[in-house]
Design a protein around this ligand. Structure first.
Ligand code: FES
Length: 106
């Protein structure tokens, strides 16, 4: 099973990206739960960030695409504001192991 990162690398209400064999994956944490998405905006199919690991809006409520300001819910990747409203980030199924590893679900 392929590990993406360790839980300690992603703070609560923050997000970071990691290069994986399946592409660049954003991992984010909310209320102790971890969620992962491909770093691929459904609007134009480009990476979300302009600056490294800047994936959260100012309130750290939503994932944000820096290109045109689309906002995505952390829990399901649904776009709730912006040019791709109603579309969603591509969710990656993950599982968190007791040793703190975040893995692709097989
Ligand atoms: S490319 Fe993401 S909102 Fe336009």
């Amino acid at each position: 099973m392929e590990m993406i990162c360790k839980t300690e690398q992603v703070d609560e209400r923050d997000a970071r990206s990691f290069d994986t064999p399946k592409g660049e994956v954003i991992v984010t944490q909310r209320d102790g739960m971890f969620y992962a998405y491909l770093n691929h905006c459904p609007h134009l199919g480009v990476s979300l960030e302009f600056q490294e690991n800047q994936f959260m809006d100012m309130d750290r409520e939503f994932l944000i695409c820096a290109n045109h300001g689309a906002l995505f819910q952390v829990e399901d990747g649904l776009c709730v504001f912006g040019p791709c409203k109603g579309q969603a980030l591509t969710k990656i199924d993950i599982e968190v192991h007791s040793d703190g590893g975040v893995f692709f679900r097989a």
